[in-house]
Design a protein. Structure first.
Length: 296
């Protein structure tokens, strides 16, 4: 019971609580039942010529109401922890309450949760109730960045519905993205390439999504600096999270300006790790959600 105060402070809380209750009772009692002479010779006070200060007694039902709440407070303090280190007759603790709630929860849902964790994602796809839960887990944990429809946001958080996977689209790879997180590492190339170099490489990279302009001066620099990650034809590398540059799908926007900014200034997208926050069932549900053929 380390969370309950002990020693001096426990005593202090007991004294403070009981004295406050006592003073409150006395105050209420004295208002209703005092025979003070002062009241009897009460002179009528008049403000601003015509505002009279009344001397009506407070209604009696207030008294019963206050008495009732005082009695309830005392009963509460007897049953539950509240008075210093006194644990209360019921010996209730929030820790035990949590344990009890957990037991009720796992008795009710434990079976189906374990079953889901064991299922193949294809089986989960055909299990509508599980897919509803999956959407709920997604809304709660992922929608802030990826959007409620998982369509991505602001050219900063990737679209998860386009089947274009930067880090790989197998069940294992998607699960790893969610469990362990991902950090894209695209260095800034502005200083190395210079302004003209950035323009050239940008033009070349943009041509990769259509008819690759293999005669372009930017290809030379691309072949020196970029192939290691993005591949000779720009096909990308899911192990490094280097995106495919040939598919006309852009994480950070496909305008000339956006691509130029990416190349000159670099990008470091961070997908946080959820392995600590979500359990195996929730991870499995999310993978199932993201691998549905026709989302939505
Ligand atoms: C060390 C590996 C690496 C090298 C070298 C590299 N990139 Fe990248 N590139 C990445 C990664 C990883 C990302 C994704 C960044 C992220 O997720 O935030 C990326 C993203 C990009 C994007 C954004 C694509 C999109 O869909 O928005 C472009 C464009 C790009 N790189 C072009 C280049 C060019 C041009 C070069 C050479 C000058 C280059 N990269 C060199 C790893 C690399
Ligand atoms: C704080 C914002 C944020 C949250 C919250 C977030 N993500 Fe991400 N996620 C990102 C970013 C940014 C990337 C791109 C990382 C990169 O550039 O490499 C990403 C990438 C991913 C990828 C890899 C995509 C690919 O193309 O390979 C998957 C899968 C993913 N997120 C799923 C999820 C799921 C499921 C959740 C909820 C549990 C989630 N994300 C929550 C920001 C977030």
């Amino acid at each position: 019971m380390s969370e309950l105060p002990t020693g001096f402070w426990a005593g202090w809380i007991v004294v403070l609580t009981l004295v406050s209750l006592g003073v409150l009772s006395w105050l209420v009692y004295s208002i209703y039942f005092s025979n003070s002479e002062v009241d009897k010779i009460h002179e009528e006070v008049v403000w601003d010529n015509n505002l009279r200060e009344g001397a009506n007694p407070a209604p009696m039902w207030w008294f019963w109401l206050i008495l009732l709440s005082l009695v309830c407070s005392l009963i509460y303090l007897m049953l539950f922890p509240g008075l210093g280190s006194y644990k209360g007759i019921l010996n209730w603790t929030s820790g035990r309450q949590v344990v009890r709630d957990e037991q009720v929860y796992s008795a009710e849902f434990g079976g189906s949760r374990n079953a889901i964790a064991e299922m193949k994602v294809e089986e989960i796809h055909d299990y509508p109730k599980a897919m509803v839960s999956a959407q709920r887990v997604f809304d709660r944990n992922c929608a802030v960045c990826h959007g409620y429809e998982a369509q991505g946001q602001a050219a900063l958080f990737p679209d998860l519905t386009d089947k274009d996977w930067q880090w790989g689209g197998s069940v294992e790879q998607i699960e790893q993205s969610i469990r362990d997180g991902r950090t894209g590492n695209m260095a800034p190339w502005g200083d190395i390439l210079g302004a003209q170099g950035v323009d050239d490489v940008t033009a070349y990279v943009m041509s990769l999504s259509g008819n690759a302009d293999t005669g372009h001066p930017g290809k030379l620099q691309y072949d020196q600096l970029c192939v290691a990650c993005h591949g000779t034809t720009g096909e990308g590398n899911p192990i490094l999270g280097a995106p495919d540059l040939t598919d006309n799908t852009w994480l950070y926007g496909g305008s000339l300006k956006a691509v130029k900014t990416t190349i000159a200034d670099g990008r470091n997208g961070v997908m946080p790790a959820f392995g600590e926050r979500l359990d195996a069932t929730q991870l499995k549900l999310l993978v199932a959600l993201l691998t549905v053929e026709n989302p939505g």
